[in-house]
Design a protein around this ligand. Structure first.
Ligand SMILES: Nc1ncnc2c1ncn2[C@@H]1O[C@H](COP(=O)(O)OP(=O)(O)OP(=O)(O)O)[C@@H](O)[C@H]1O
Length: 628
């Protein structure tokens, strides 16, 4: 049976292909400039092996010209050009990459990296142009050729005039439509900004004629409009420069030029890895928090370049969430990109880079913590909370990596301390790392529950952020020391003897506590004598996994599930306080009085804890009742 070839309507095929590959129309310019840069690179490569050919950098450039009136945009280069056969095979066949063939033929790997590989970039010109003309004169050829197409009905090829070796791509820019402003691509400022965005580090000058108004020579107040040819790209990327030649100021300038932030970065990391996968990266740790940092709008990510050409503005996969504050870029020649260059084809290389970067950032932060504590404190004030999320995130997968970077306010030091510093200072007899939760340091300081632990001379870490307790629960312990809330049932402080005494006292007042528990119903799980109070009459303690502070946070969650999770509260009474005797008297003589006292004490404990009392009217009525 004879095999027949598929027939396809080229216009529709082209349309489909271009519009499904590229999400941003403006990248047509990136594609055409990358082709021009490839074409110049090819002369450079040829010169390496051809003695008769000299490569003098100053002769090579890319030029962008605009003719607004005729809606013409021209991209010219002084590169290797195309012969008539190459025009036919490279531009006449979709998905034929002359550049890929060149790379293979010349066995190119290192150094100057040719960008093109898929053979489709050129056609992106049809996203903005009705008609594309290519005039090209190949290196060493006498004649030039003109290729022309409207992207619908094939193309024409004819001989033409051209002085210099190289290629001109002439676009007849589409008319505006209701939805699209094609006029934009005839505006100098717009083109300049597209070049800056995607092609700033192309190795050859990209020139444009730029109009400006200048003081007329020899006059003091007469101005004239002049047009000057300017190079609009910066060419040599800072990350390819030698670190020793760069100053802090250079990095700071790069940070603000790139608009990574409006602050001055606290730290920069310049990484050049030359191993199995090569990459360069410049990353910054900002000092202050972007205004939208803790909002849904904030997008993490590093800029991703492939051989100096921007591929993605925010590559999220390069950063874990807990380092989302890091700004900067990564450039690698070794990435396998897909056709649109917006997606990475195999993420093996990317994963490798991401893992590498993660360790570098961690090390940088550790060294800052060790050697530049003041800076670290500033950093932690802005982003500490994010690090704590990292402990909790992903079921604690990276907790070991981050635990040394987190800090809490210390009751003793009156400043932020690391867990390591805490453990180092622990007296020998101290079993646990104690913490207390509350709204502010001031409030925690006054919490009755902290009394006994403080009295023992133990340090307490103050947790004021919603994430703190959740993160610590994930960590469970640090250097084999378990975390213990000052509100938890067993503080591990009493001797066996003391324990027995408390048990006996509880047993003695068992019936009274039972009565009090009945008054409070399911608001508390138990009423008992406290082991932790010294001067305060009452407090709320905690039994089980969910703490009172966690209940507070969960109750603010929008979904119903959070509202239902409650802490098992225990009302603890200080048996050394005079109130205890009043309770006992009331139990003997006046049960109504005991119920009033019970409700009052419970509400007091809630208030101290920063919790709202269920029925404030009842509470005030109870106080009046007491005053009668
Ligand atoms: N300005 C130019 N000078 C010389 N040759 C060019 C020029 N523009 C395109 N070509 C040739 O045409 C081929 C096809 O270009 P096209 O942009 O479609 O694909 P590519 O650059 O090879 O790959 P990619 O789709 O990855 O950009 C190129 O490989 C190159 O050989």
């Amino acid at each position: 049976m004879a095999k027949k070839k598929f027939k396809a309507e080229s216009k529709r095929l082209l349309d489909m292909m271009i519009n499904s590959i590229y999400t941003h129309r403006e990248i047509f310019l990136r594609e055409l400039i990358s082709n021009a840069s490839d074409a110049i690179d090819k002369i450079y490569y040829k010169a390496l092996t051809d003695e008769n050919l000299e490569f003098d950098r100053s002769n090579y450039y890319i030029k962008i010209d605009i003719d607004k009136e005729n809606r013409i945009l021209k991209i010219s280069d002084t590169g290797i050009g195309m012969t008539v056969e190459e025009l036919e095979s490279n531009l006449g066949t979709i998905a034929k990459s002359g550049s890929l063939a060149f790379k293979k033929d010349n066995n190119l790997k290192d150094g100057y990296d040719i960008i093109g590989q898929f053979g489709v970039g050129f056609y992106s010109a049809f996203m903005v142009a009705d008609n594309v003309t290519v005039i090209s004169k190949a290196l060493g050829e006498e004649t030039a050729w003109k290729w022309e197409s409207n992207g619908t009905s094939g193309y024409t090829l004819e001989e033409c005039e051209k002085d210099l070796t190289g290629t001109e791509i002439i676009l007849k820019v589409k008319e505006n439509t209701e939805d699209d402003q094609f006029d934009d691509y005839l505006e100098t400022y717009r083109l300049k900004s597209i070049i800056k965005k995607y092609s700033d580090f192309v190795r050859y000058p990209i020139k444009m004629d730029i109009k400006s108004t200048k003081l007329k020579e020899g006059t003091e107040d007469e101005y004239e409009d002049i047009t000057e040819e300017q190079t609009v790209n910066s060419m040599v990327p800072i990350w390819r420069k030698n670190k020793n030649e760069l100053t802090d100021e250079d990095y700071e300038n790069f940070y603000s030029e790139k608009r990574y932030g409006f602050d001055k970065p606290l730290k920069h990391l310049h990484v050049s890895v030359d191993g199995m996968i090569r990459y360069d990266a410049i990353m910054f740790i900002p000092e202050s928090m972007p205004f939208d940092y803790y909002s849904k709008e904030f997008e993490k990510g590093l800029e991703l370049y492939s051989s100096g050409v921007l591929i993605m503005e925010k590559c999220q996969d390069l950063l874990p969430d807990y380092f989302s504050f890091v700004k900067g870029m990564v450039d690698s020649e070794d990435l396998s990109l897909n056709i649109s260059r917006e997606l990475l084809q195999h993420d093996r290389q990317l994963k490798f880079i991401a893992k590498n970067i993660k360790t570098k950032i961690k090390n940088e932060l550790s060294s800052m913590l060790k050697h530049e504590r003041e800076d670290y404190d500033k950093f932690y004030k802005s982003f500490g909370r994010q690090l704590k999320y990292g402990i909790y995130d992903n079921y604690g997968a990276d907790k070991d990596m981050i635990q040394d970077l987190i800090m809490f306010y210390s009751s003793k030091e009156k400043k932020m301390v690391t867990l390591d510093e805490y453990v180092e200072r622990m007296p020998e007899d101290q079993k646990y790392i104690y913490y207390a939760t509350g709204e502010s340091y001031d409030r925690i300081e006054k919490l009755p529950q902290t009394e006994l632990v403080s009295d023992k001379g133990y340090e307490i870490l103050y947790f004021t952020e919603d994430i703190d307790e959740f993160a610590i629960r994930m960590l469970m312990n640090y250097k084999d020391k378990e975390f213990k809330s000052v509100s938890s049932n067993d503080l591990g402080l009493e001797t066996e003897e003391e324990k027995k005494e408390i048990e006996a006292a509880n047993e003695e007042s068992k019936e009274m506590f039972q009565f009090m528990k009945e008054v409070l119903g399911d608001k508390v799980k138990e009423v008992r004598i406290s082991k932790r109070l010294k001067n305060h009459p009452v407090c709320i303690a905690n039994e089980g996994e969910v703490s009172v502070e966690m209940e507070k946070i969960l109750s603010q969650m929008p979904n119903a599930m959070g509202q239902e999770i409650k802490a098992d509260k225990v009302l603890e009474i200080n048996s050394n306080h005079e109130v205890y005797q009043s309770l006992k008297d009331a139990f003997e003589n006046d049960k109504d009085k005991l119920s009033l006292y019970t409700k009052l004490l419970y509400n007091q404990a809630l208030l101290i804890e920063g919790l709202s009392i269920g029925d404030p009217v009842e509470f005030t009525n109870d106080i009046c009742q007491l005053m009668k």
